[in-house]
Design a protein around this ligand. Structure first.
Ligand code: NAD
Ligand code: UGA
Length: 457
């Protein structure tokens, strides 16, 4: 059966895989191919064990795979056949040379642009799906139009999905943003992309803008989200000093509809592959344009996050008689948030390493992230152990620290956990998900974030 359109996505990661699975699922008349340089990942996308855990992903992949959804390593062939190419490669923080630790490392992105130029034989729409510094489309256009061999239109279509809820976010997006040049060609290309999304997204949710605004909106969205978390986390420190309860404060503040109630959960700090890198990228851009005060303002969001993670470790140490040396501490959760196995920039990485520095013994449990945890902590081997069963993990420990808000931790038998632990037993709730009064009555010394501690001393 011939397909109406050939869509290619370069990059089969957390964004490329689920996003293309949704397009294939909603648009059976389009052929969607996802390519990657990593053959292992592609083999996993073609197997029963997908490379990422995301609720609902297995079902939609299995429905479309080998019908109109294909995963392949044949990048050149994919480029030749495609009418529309999404580029969803990684854009990590640069770790060398100019802009080290701040700027986006665009080497994967640029390689992709050059490969498209090399292989393309017919006109194509190229869509930036990755998160990029503002004005990246200009660089892409300069590479693609270098020899005027083929006509390309470049669009920006940033992705706003959050991990753990990616399938729902893709199916019912709050908005889809498409940035284009306001030229006849740019607007025609934009309308082709609008047509894809209108297969399932209400038209009023698809917003269009200039290409630079679109690129910048993505960085700013992530900066605003992270800023809310750093704001409430900063206040959590003050709550702990003043016997206030950060959850009560967040509720009162969030009920002002101008502020809103979401993203005000105080925590052990935000993680994930994007918040920190995107804010640092924004900071770098501001400094590049000489906007030093603006840069400092946004950098503060990252600084508070680092402070919050360190504060959590210090609170543990202070509570446990100012020494963690030789103590066995069990971490409940290693993923950067619930419902994902992703551990990129997870606060658990920092906390584990700091605990090891303090000469504690660390036991890690997590329902989905243990494999990634082992990779993240491979240099800490003899100080860290990994146990799937949370009861076995906590047994013999001096403290349990909740680092990921997995639902399963809310319903565990904490009587049983308490009875197997070394006394006095401590519980540090880095996500404020447990009933602290009940835990206290069981016998734990309980330390939530931004709330008064409940102790038996
Ligand atoms: P990822 O690391 O999971 O996936 C990127 C993939 O691109 C990898 O599999 C890598 O092998 C592949 N790749 C790199 N260079 C390639 C090349 N030249 N040819 C073919 N494949 C290549 O990254 P991700 O989390 O999917 O993020 C991708 C982009 O989307 C980033 O810019 C990120 O900021 C943005 N983003 C991520 C999320 C998220 O939740 N993870 C959400 C919104 C936006
Ligand atoms: C985030 C954004 O929510 C997405 O819109 C965006 O597309 C994505 O980044 C991206 O560009 O990568 P994600 O990082 O997957 O999505 O997950 P979030 O739900 O935003 O959580 C990020 C971190 O903040 C997690 O560690 C989470 O536990 C923490 N968090 C979140 C809090 O500590 N408190 C909150 O109130 C909310």
């Amino acid at each position: 059966m011939p397909f109406d359109k050939n869509i290619l996505c370069i990059g089969a990661g957390y964004v490329g895989g689920p996003t293309m699975a949704m397009i294939a699922h909603k648009c059976p008349k389009y052929k969607v191919t996802v390519v990657d340089i990593d053959p292992v990942k592609i083999a996993e996308w073609n197997s029963d064990t997908l490379p990422i855990f995301e609720p609902g992903l297995d079902e939609i992949v299995k429905k479309s795979r080998k019908k109109n959804l294909f995963f392949s390593t044949e990048i050149e062939k994919g480029i030749k056949e495609a009418d529309i190419i999404f580029v969803s490669v990684n854009t990590p923080t640069k770790m060398f040379g100019v802009g080290t630790g701040m700027a986006a490392d665009l080497q994967y992105w640029e390689k992709t642009a050059r490969q498209i130029l090399e292989c393309a034989e017919s006109p194509k729409i190229i869509i930036e799906k990755s998160t990029l510094p503002v004005k990246t489309a200009q660089a892409m256009e300069r590479i693609l139009t270098f020899n005027n061999k083929v006509h390309f239109d470049v669009l920006s279509n940033p992705e706003f999905l959050a991990e753990g809820t990616a399938i729902n976010d893709l199916e019912y997006p709050g908005r889809v943003l498409i940035g284009s040049h306001q030229t006849p060609d740019g607007l025609k290309a934009r309308d082709e992309l609008v047509d894809i999304y209108t297969n399932w997204v209400p038209r009023e949710k698809i917003i269009t803008s200039g290409i630079w605004s679109s690129e910048l909106s993505k960085l700013v969205s992530n900066a605003f989200l992270a800023q809310r978390i750093s704001s409430i986390n900063a206040i959590s420190a003050l709550c702990e000093k003043t016997e206030s309860d950060v959850m009560e404060v967040a509720k009162a503040v969030g009920m002002d509809h101008r502020i809103g109630s979401q993203f005000l959960n105080a925590s052990v700090g935000f993680g994930g592959s994007c918040f920190k890198k995107d804010i640092l990228n924004l900071v770098y851009l501001c400094r590049h344009y000489g906007l030093y005060e603006v840069a400092d303002y946004w950098e503060g969001v990252v600084k508070i996050n680092e402070y919050q993670k360190e504060r959590f470790v210090m609170n543990m140490s202070n509570a446990m008689f100012n020494t963690l040396a030789g103590k066995k501490i069990c971490l409940f959760g290693f993923a950067f948030k619930a419902n994902t196995g992703d551990t990129r920039e997870s606060p658990a990485i920092f906390i584990s390493k700091r605990l090891v520095e303090e000469k504690a013994e660390v036991v890690i449990t997590d329902p989905k992230a243990l494999d990634n945890a082992k990779k993240d902590l491979k240099d800490q081997d003899d100080k860290v152990s990994y146990v799937e069963d949370p009861f076995a993990a906590a047994s013999g420990c001096h403290a349990v620290a909740i680092l990921t808000e997995w639902d399963l931790y809310k319903t565990l038998d904490f009587h049983k956990i308490y009875s197997s632990m070394t006394k006095p037993a401590f519980l540090f709730d880095g996500r404020n998900i447990l009933n602290h009064q009940t835990l206290f009555e069981i016998g734990f010394n309980v330390y939530p974030v931004g709330k008064p501690a409940l102790t038996h001393f």
